[in-house]
Design a protein around this ligand. Structure first.
Ligand code: FEO
Length: 164
């Protein structure tokens, strides 16, 4: 049976993942509104992933005999100054999520909740990927701002070059 402390911490994390989903859905709408369907697609994919993250925690809580207690999801913002600002916010948001996963893992260690530790290791690995992807998009957008799109196209061409 899961401890009350662990149960509360997991319920809080479910809320954070659902807020992430909400935030990315709002960003997808922002991009659709600006005729950037590719960026909107990126946000829609992210949004679906966040719901999956929430459901992983939800299912784990139920499997462990815990009680799922859904909380209010805060309204995300709807306006940003630029595409770069959105990408930077995604990167900062993912860093915050990583920090909250680490706190959750520390709680699992303190509670000696070994199944929760194993389950949370998946999230720790996932966050490495999430942070890397967001940082790459921020870096590419900055590159476009500083040097235009030609250098990115050349970079793409070089990435396709086969060995001799
Ligand atoms: Fe659920 Fe993007 O972290």
């Amino acid at each position: 049976m899961i401890s009350k402390t662990m149960q509360d911490a997991l319920n809080d994390q479910i809320n954070k993942e659902l807020y992430s989903s909400y935030l990315y859905l709002s960003m997808a709408a922002y991009f659709e509104d600006r005729n950037l369907p590719g960026f909107a697609h990126w946000m829609r994919v992210q949004e679906a992933e966040e719901r999956e993250h929430a459901m992983k925690l939800y299912d784990f809580l139920l499997e462990r005999g815990g009680k799922v207690a859904l909380q209010t999801i805060a309204a995300p913002k709807t306006e940003w100054a630029s595409t770069l600002e959105v990408a930077q916010e995604v990167a900062a948001h993912e860093a915050n999520v990583t920090a909250s996963i680490y706190v959750l893992y520390e709680t699992a260690l303190k509670e000696k909740d070994y199944p929760a530790q194993v389950m949370l290791q998946w999230f720790i690995t996932e966050q490495v990927e999430e942070e890397k992807n967001a940082a790459e998009i921020v870096a590419n957008l900055k590159l476009i701002e500083e040097r235009g799109t030609a250098v990115l196209m050349l970079d793409h061409r070089l990435s396709k070059r086969g060995g001799e």
